[in-house]
Design a protein around this ligand. Structure first.
Ligand code: APR
Ligand code: PHB
Length: 395
């Protein structure tokens, strides 16, 4: 079998938003990177994920030079609504946080913009790489190997960035004794539907209902994204479009239910909910970033924002390293994890507050109702929620 040798400064494993954003920020700083991705570009773009960007994520995409379409097509939101007890209550993020807002723009579009910019700059991404393996990251000469079209490839590099998501090979390559993981699996899933219908409201609605959680989100003024909490045993095929719309309507307040515009689903899928953190996030010359290191449940849409913050810290540490400050990379893991745990806490709290838990009982339901009441009637509680929703600073 023939062998191809590559040499780069940073080998990036995974071309999801983390890997692509890291590649873009490094390129701006004059650092070479080669991205290796297991799937095809079309496959990567077929994944539908959350769609709320914190201001710090927007700023990073701007810094990476990929913000133009986002600013043109994205929707700036200054608030969202909590629905419970048959009524909606607005959380005025903008007012409560001194003017901060979020950008509603799908992760798929962020990924597409990063891919387009990467291709336009003729930066290398190797798609459909099989049997990707990481070697020697405990020393100064790490390597990544893979196969493609019957050819063995080896990449010699200074650093490996593990941006290959929760199921990737990077975290799995770390010796068991060097890593500690923390996990919580929730006893339900989210059934999501994408449809070319106008959103039921101009802001997002998070609903706590006795039948279960529901979320009304959007991708544009003519494309909606809706979710209902479902059983982990449910299969997508069991949920007709009509059954989905009926269930969603039941979980909304009467006004929203009456004005919901329905239509054929253009995507329908069930996702499990999980909280997960791996510590540390750096092992010698291997740095994990994004879903490779941590997962949050989607309530609050922190996944992509956390990934972007990791990448901000990592690009900064690598730029420092090539600039002669070789100690900065030692801070990478601790810097990320501090923000990660705070976002884990918020996502877990918001999930716990909004969902129907099989073991909650009537007392648990009363506690949710009392907390929701407190949340929307106390300025301090609303402010704490708004501050977390718009995103904590990247220190
Ligand atoms: N070799 C190469 N690439 C791999 C491998 C492997 N062994 N395993 C997985 N990958 C690729 C996946 O195909 C995927 O394209 O790594 C990429 C990881 O992308 P994501 O899972 O999107 O993770 P990340 O880039 O960190 O983005 C985090 O995704 O799940 C959401 O909420 C999360 O929005 C957040 C974002
Ligand atoms: C989405 O639009 O897909 C979305 C929005 C907000 C969330 C989760 C998902 O909290």
């Amino acid at each position: 079998m023939s062998l191809t040798h590559h040499r780069t400064q940073v080998a990036i494993v995974g071309a999801g938003p983390s890997g692509l954003l890291l590649g873009a920020l490094l390129h701006r700083a004059g650092i070479d990177a080669l991205i290796v991705e297991r799937q095809s570009a079309d496959y990567v773009l077929s994944r539908i994920r959350a769609g709320v960007l914190e201001q710090t994520t927007v700023d990073l995409l701007d810094a990476a030079g990929v913000g133009e379409r986002m600013h043109r097509e994205g929707l700036v939101h200054g608030g969202f609504e909590l629905c419970f007890g048959g009524a909606r209550h607005r959380i005025d993020m903008h007012g409560l946080t001194g003017g901060k807002q979020v950008m509603v723009y799908g992760q798929t579009e962020v990924t597409r913009d990063l891919m387009t910019a990467r291709a336009a700059a003729a930066l290398p991404t190797i798609y459909e790489a099989a049997d990707v393996r990481l070697h020697d990251f405990d020393g100064e000469h790490p390597r990544v190997t893979f196969r493609r079209d019957g050819v063995e490839h080896t990449i010699a590099c200074d650093f490996i960035a593990g941006c290959d998501g929760y199921h990737g090979i990077s975290r799995a390559s770390v010796p068991a004794g060097a890593i500690r993981t923390y996990e919580k699996v929730y006893p339900f899933g989210w059934l999501g539907v994408l449809s070319d219908t106008p959103p039921v409201s101009h802001e997002l609605i998070y609903s706590n209902h006795e039948r279960g959680f529901a979320l009304c989100s959007m991708r544009s003024p003519v494309r909606s994204r809706y979710y209902v909490q479902c059983s982990l045993e449910d299969k997508v095929e069991q949920w007709s479009d009509d059954a989905f719309w009926d269930e969603l309507r039941r979980r909304l307040d009467p006004a929203a239910a009456a004005s919901l515009v329905t239509g054929p689903s253009i995507e329908k899928s069930i996702a499990p909910l999980r909280s997960f953190v791996a510590e540390p996030m750096r092992f010698g010359r291997l740095c994990l970033a994004g879903d490779a290191a941590h997962i949050v449940p989607p309530t609050g849409a922190k996944g992509l924002n956390l990934a972007a913050a990791d990448v901000a810290y990592l690009s900064r540490a690598l730029i420092d390293w090539y600039g002669g400050d070789r100690a900065s990379i030692d801070q990478y893991s601790a810097r990320c994890l501090r923000r990660v745990w705070r976002a884990e806490r918020f996502s877990w709290w918001f999930t716990t507050l909004m969902h129907k838990f099989p073991d909650n009982g009537e007392f648990g339901q009363k506690m949710q109702a009392a907390e929701l009441d407190y949340l929307v009637s106390s300025h301090a509680a609303s402010t704490a929620m708004a501050e977390n929703y718009v995103g904590l600073p990247i220190a």
